[in-house]
Design a protein around this ligand. Structure first.
Ligand code: TA6
Length: 314
């Protein structure tokens, strides 16, 4: 069977189980990867089963909220550059083995589509699931050696005028484990050099541009004058991306997240990344909903932790 036929057959089978007439279908996306395509009265969205990756979110009669590189890979075992990568069970370089892929394995493997539903207020809800068996069956099975624990992940996306994403982790094993996590959201902006981010004034952060030196956000607003890569600690507030060029403001609210990561690669780093166009960096900013470092999460057997992000145009 030719690869195209297999994806066509795969999509037909999944549509038979999960399609919602006039609202949700499974379709082949970039790289012929299966996607969940949602078009409801409030918004449209596209979510790849690969990484349970939200690649597109656009409220009705508005512009796209999320940014996606034209140079992104769309291949099993590789991260997607844009949308909302799921970073789990570690963030950034692996503490013990920096040779491992950054940001863990959750964004590198195909998740199972578990449930779709149209809820009474017109929003559409989709739930994806991941267990060690799914990772074992992927091109990056070896990464389980870096996280030898029993877990169940559930990622639930609710598409309305706002986009709600919840990453729930359950310890299904017999010993406690700790993990880091981030909803690594890439937002589309007119020009990052004009953008200001509110909500982090006075908050301490680790500045990756200064070797993770601890600093304090003195100004009320974060501005972007060069490569900016900061992990704001003990940060629970809603952030607002003020974008004068697109004449809009994006609110990034959250629940059960104690860290916020702010990133723009600027010119040099963008040029150094093969999956990031040299001239794309002014068009994006990352505001990431996270629990990393001191806010890493520890679960005893049977415990669950769920972190939520809510993205909305103000
Ligand atoms: O967003 C913060 C960060 O950790 C940056 O240091 C940069 O590496 C970015 O994530 C992208 O990481 P990736 O592995 O997707 O290239």
């Amino acid at each position: 069977m030719k690869p195209h036929d297999s994806i066509t057959q795969r999509i037909e089978n999944e549509n038979a189980r999960f399609a919602i007439k006039g609202v949700l279908t499974l379709e082949a996306g970039r790289g012929a990867l299966p996607t969940v395509a949602i078009r409801n009265e409030h918004a449209s969205a596209t979510i790849y089963l690969h990484g349970a990756h939200v690649a597109h979110f656009q409220p009705k009669s508005k512009g796209p909220v999320l940014w996606m590189s034209d140079w992104s890979w769309f291949e099993a075992g590789k991260p997607v550059r844009g949308g909302v990568p799921l970073c789990w069970p570690w963030f950034g370089p692996h503490a013990a083995d920096p040779k491992l892929p950054g940001h863990g394995f959750a964004r590198l493997v195909e998740w199972k589509l578990a449930e779709t539903a149209q809820i009474p207020d017109g929003r559409t809800r989709v739930r994806f699931a991941l267990t060690p068996a799914d990772v074992e069956a992927s091109p990056v099975a070896a990464l389980l050696k870096a996280f030898p624990h029993a877990f169940e992940l559930a990622f639930t996306v609710t598409v309305g005028a706002s986009l709600e994403m919840e990453l729930a982790v359950r310890n299904t094993g017999t010993a406690a484990f700790s993990f880091e996590e981030a909803l690594h959201s890439y937002f589309a902006v007119g020009d990052v050099r004009d953008v200001r981010v509110r909500g982090l004034g006075g908050v301490k952060y680790l500045d990756r541009m200064q070797g993770l030196k601890e600093c304090t956000q003195e100004a009320d607003e974060v501005v972007f004058e060069g490569e900016t890569d900061r992990v704001y600690l003990n940060a629970q507030s809603t952030c607002e991306i003020v974008d004068p060029k697109l004449e809009r403001c994006i609110a990034v609210a959250k629940e059960r997240s104690n860290a916020t990561v702010v990133w723009n690669p600027h010119k040099a780093k963008a040029k150094a990344m093969p999956d990031f166009g040299d001239k794309e960096w002014p068009g994006m900013v990352c505001i990431e909903t996270a629990n990393v470092g001191a806010s890493a999460v520890t679960l005893k057997p049977g415990e669950t932790h769920a972190m939520k992000a809510i993205l909305a145009l103000k």
